[in-house]
Each structure stands twice: as C-alpha cells, then as structure tokens.
Write a protein that binds this ligand. Sequence first.
Ligand code: PMP
Length: 786
Amino acid sequence: MLKRCGDSGISMKFLRANAPTLALERVRQLAHAHFALTGAARSLYSERDQNTLFREQDGMGWIVKVANRDEDPRVIEAQVDALAHIHSTDALLPVPRPRLTREGRKTASFRTDEGEEHVIYVLSHLEGRVAAGIEWRPELLHRVGQLQARLGRALRGFFHAAVGGRELLWDLRMAPRHLELAAALEDPAQQRLARESLGRFIERVAPRLGAFRAQVIHGDLNEHNLIVTAEEDITGLIDFGDMIHAPLIFDIASALSEFMTSPERIPYVLTHLLMGYHEVTPLEPGEQALLYDLVEVRLVIAMLVAAYRRSQAPEEPNYFAANGAGAVNVIRALQDLTRAGFDSMVHRACVAGARRPAARSTVEELLARRKRVLGSRACLFYDRPLHMVRGDGVWLTDDTGRRFLDCYNNVPIVGHCHPTVAAAISAQSAILNTNTRYLGEQLLDYAERLAAKTGGELTACVFVNSGSEANDIAWRMATEWTGARGALVQEFAYHGITEATHAFSPSTNRSGTGASHVRTLPPPDRYRGVYRDETEETGRKYAEFADSAIESLQRAGLKPAAYFLESAFMTNGVLEPQPNYVSEVFRRVRAAGGLCIADEVQAGFGRMGQHFWGYQHHGVVPDIITLGKPAGNGHPIGVVMTKPDILDHFIERTGFFSTFGGNNVSCAAGSAVLDVIDTNDLVHRASDLGAYFKARLKVLMERYDIIGDVRATGLALGLELVMDRQSRTPAPAETARVVNRLREEGVLVGSEGAGANVVKIRPPLVVERQHIDLALSTFDSVLRAL
Ligand code: PMP
C-alpha cells in the first residue's frame, strides 16, 4: 500500500509495504514460463519489489523483478520503454537493458494464491556493487556528472504518459504540499527554516519554471543508484522508478543536493559534479541562476521526508534519516555561503566545463564500439589510443583537454581546421553543391590554378575524391594510352587501396607475393641500400634496376604502362635519393613505352619545400600527377593532372565521370587551401623551417647513438633508429617506444620504412620555429630516457 502523506496526496513510495515474497521456486517457474530464463537463481534485497538474480549459461545476469502490487503497471511499462529508448539512442550508457517476454511483451503479470495481481519484468544485471559509501574522488564525481547529462540527452526524445503528469514526492513543484509536512519537524528553528525556504520557492521560483527546457528525467541520481566495480569505476546507473517530466535542471539540482552530504562538500561537489554535467550538456544562464534555489529546496524536502518518516514509522529502517539530518547543516552552510558565493562557484564550474571538450565516452567504451562496428582489426595509433576532439593549427586536443603538437598529419597542410578553409566549405555548401556536368567557375578556377602550379605542363584535370582513386584513374589512363599492362613501383611503396593501386603498394602487401604485372625497384637508399654513396653514378646504378624490371616484364609478355614515383620516398623511409636517380628511371621507362606518374599525394603542395610539387625536386616532368590528402586540408579531394591528349584519349574510351569529384564545395575547399599556401608563402617557409628542423635533429644525432641517420626535404623528415651505427641493424621496438613516449609527452609523430625504424615527422606547414623547438626538446628528453 502506498501511504498518503497527510492531506498532501503525494505518494510516499518509500514505505516498505507489500513487497512480494514469492518462494524462489515460484519465481523460477514464472521466469522460465514468461522470459525463458533457466539459470541459477538467487534472491536480492529490495525495499519495494522482489528481485531475483538469474545467472544464465552464457554468463549474462538478469534480474527478475516482481513488482510491488501497488506499483502502477503503466509506470513499470514507462521504465521498460525508457530503458529500451536509452539503449537505442546511447547504446553505451550503462543502464539496465530490458528483456522481453517470450511473446515480445515488456512485462507479464500473474496472480498470487491470495488473488493479488503482480507485474513481473526483467532487466539485465549490471555487474558491480552499489556505490554507497565509496570515496567520491574528483574524477568519479566528474564522471557521474557526465553520465547524468548523457542520460538526460538519451532521454530527450522520450515520453510516456505515465510519467507525464505524475505526482511524485521528490518533484520540487510539489512545494506547496511539502509545506504541509513541515509540522513533522520537531525543532521550531528547523520548521522555520523549511517554511521560509519553501515559501520563497513557491513565491519566486515556481512561477518561472514553465519557461525552462523540460523533458523526462531520471530524477534520482544518488550513490544508492550507481553501481561500481571493485576498483570503484562506475559501471551502472539504476532505478528509473522516479522518472518524471520536469525541467531538465531538476536532474542535476537533485544530484548536487544528494552528493552534498556535509557543508565541506558543497564546493567540491559543485566543482566536479557540475563541471562534468556542463561539459556534456551546457546549462543555460537562467538554469545556472536557478540552481541555488533548487538545491536548497531539495535539501529541505529531504529533511522533511526524513522527519515525516520518523514520525510515521519510527521502528522502520530509515534510509533517509541520515540524509535528512545532514541536510539541515548543508542548508545552513548554503545560506552562510550566500547566493552570490554559490552562484560564483556555479559560474566557475560551468566556465571550466565549457572549456573542457565534452568527453562523452571513455577510451574503453569507444574501443568496444569500434570493435562492434569496425571489426577488431581496425588500426589505431599508439599503445594508448587517442580520442581527439578538436584541431587548431598545429595542435590537436584530446578528450581530456590535453593539447598535442601534431608533427605527424600531412593532410592538414595549412593547419587543422584552418578558418579560411572552413569558411569556404561552409559558405559554398550553403549556396550550391553539384557536379561537373554543369558549367561553373569554381571548378575552372581551381583547375587553372593547379595547372599554373605545374608551369603549364600538365593542364588537363580530372577530379575524384581520394589519392587511391586518383592513382587508380592515372593507371587506367596509362594503360589506355600505352596499351601496355605492366607497372614499376618502388619496393616499399604505397599508392592506395583499390585493387589496381593495392598491387602497387608492396608496403601493405601481407600475402608475400606481388602482383604478376608489377615489378619493384629497390629504393635509392644512401643509408642502407645496395649502393650507398651519393654520386651521379650511384643514381644511375640504382636506375639500372628499372632496366632489369622492364626485362622481367618482357619475359612475362608484358610492357611497362607506367612507373609510379613517390617523390618524398616516404614509405620507403623518407629518402633523399641521388640527384639523377629519378630522371634516369624516367628515361628508361619512357624508352620502353611507359608513362611516368608522379604520385604527389604526400609530396605535393609544398611539403618538401622550395617547389610546389615533389617531382620538381628531381628535375623531371611526369606525364601524369596525382593529388590527394592535403589538397582539401581534410576535405576529400583527389585530382589527376596530365597532358590534354592523354586525358582526351582516356575519356573517349571510358566516358569517365565522378559524381562527387570536382563538386563545388570541394573546389571551394581546394582553392582556399591554395589561397592560404600562397598568401603565407608556405612553400618557402617549409624549406627554411625544414632545414632548421633537420639541422637540429643532426645535433641530437651527435648526442644519441641510436640515431643512425637524419633525412629531410622540406618538412618531410625522417629519423632512422638503429641498434648500433656499425651494423645499422634497424631498431623497430625502440622506434615504437620513441613514438609512444613522444605521444605521452604531447608530440605526435609516426614510424615508417621497411624496417619500421624511421620516425616520420610531417608537421603542418604553418608550424613555427617555437613548435619545432618544443618538438626537439621533447625528442631530447625521450631519447635521453630511452
Ligand atoms: N599515394 C600515397 C603516396 C599515399 O601516401 C596515399 C595515402 N597514404 C595514397 C596514395 C592513397 O590516398 P587515399 O588514402 O586518399 O586513398
């Protein structure tokens, strides 16, 4: 029986009346009949319902809940619906998952021998123990705040009539009725305090509540409704029995008051719990201003409920008693603190929360989600993966608000989220975004600007959406043009993910056998290649491998259609080839009827300094160049540029068209990237800063024997690590350690090369000398500690 509270008419649901007491065998039989549960069963303590834990063979735990016969079945249904809704909106929120009946219904019901009807339903068991009494460390409170806000967000689109107009004891809008409980307080001073506080609330606050955002809220977050592991990590949030449609701010106000168990905890709880909440769901200024009143009146209600309960059932265990008694002291401390003092703490917590990027999920949660949707093999950087939430220039910010100096990513060539590029994308996407089968200026402007960068030598463009696509199309152009089917690539090259380009990417070939139409050339590696000096003669000797490769193709009945050059030799270990190597290979390939394709996906756009394109460093002009990665600074753009007759021939034979390639927004992004590069003379800066970076790395090399070689062209830099300088044995484990240590110290780099022992450094071209100094001093300390 739910007792009524005086004349107030508010449900006093806490009274332990009529909790069902079925025999375990009976519960087992019902659980099997309705919910197909067969596992081992044991009873759990509950104040109101009868709870039984079933452990199924698959290890899953389910709690069979036989509801108190006074529980409104519609409210139970609302709870089950809400939990299902939460799972569909934020699957990783740790709340119980409802189990449907055999017929797919949310609940079942049955009649006891005494003729009482009970609802029975099943929720998944959250492993761990109730958090009551644990030490609420700052980060835990912070997570509770985040969790509550996430739960609120997950419930935003939920409604159920049973929780709509519900009259609930803890609903602050019931304040006029709470006034009637004040008589239960024995101490006249406490009575006065309660009456004044409720009176103020009724007069000044309640009339304004209708103007605040409202939704269904959980409304009952306290340490008895949180589940923690042995390590006191939060793993669950339970008890949806007090859900109500109310101003959203009630949720956090109630949690704040629950955790403010003593006066000293007021600033602590405000700082950590509120900050966590505000990070996920920023409170509106009006809501912030309301918190003092809400927290105060919530504490008053706790005090009243405890007193009332004492007066009605002095012999019953009184879970609220301690809270109620403590509440008086906290209310007095709040009043001493003054509203202004409280508000300024609220303000500080919210400002701090707003500055911290919202961390919606832990790394573990994200990993679990990734596994589900991306499979278990999807690659991640670093031993401790990073969750980036913001990018700005050379900086990336992770979910904890920590900034990392990005010396790795070669896509954001003009810096992360460059405002010029972002604005161009945003503006164009609000005007028009269509395809190249319509006339338009953006496409032509962009193509002309790219063509001009080649000195007018490669003026015919096709637009696609990635580097792989660009290389794939370049390959098709080459085969159409030459009629040949053979290809030459470097030994540890990477050119893409399509079937054709994967065959040109020995660096990702896990099968061990290369494609039968592809021949690889040893990289012109002065440090560990077959020939190590820097003479022109050596360049020619390396180029002679092209002759043998062409002969090998011929023996297989093939001719070379193309040689793919990656001008920075990045995947081969960021090499600096001999001066005439590339021109000598080009000459040989062309003599055999093949085309020369420069894959500028990494080397282009000034990465190598001095020239806009990588191939220009080798004194050659390719027949085709392919662009990707930095072209859109993160917006997907791929381009193939060639001579007009090669392009016309290709389109004639293939009717080439790419739906997204060359769309208006991509062209706006691409042009904006060129604007930033040109305006800031980033290409020449890359030469100067790259030379500085390289020289300083060479100084480090004098200090650390593990550095076997330092190589760089512009801002494409490589640091080769070896076990000892004599044998030059690669040091891949140490390289991985350096990369991971640097990440721990806030500098992002990668590793590269056939021996996985080259530290790869490619900062955005907007990097400044001070950033390079920071990177170098971090390298220094990491190498020292190795
Ligand atoms: N070519 C080179 C040289 C690359 O580095 C890459 C990407 N790493 C590609 C082609 C493929 O580009 P995307 O990933 O955009 O398909």
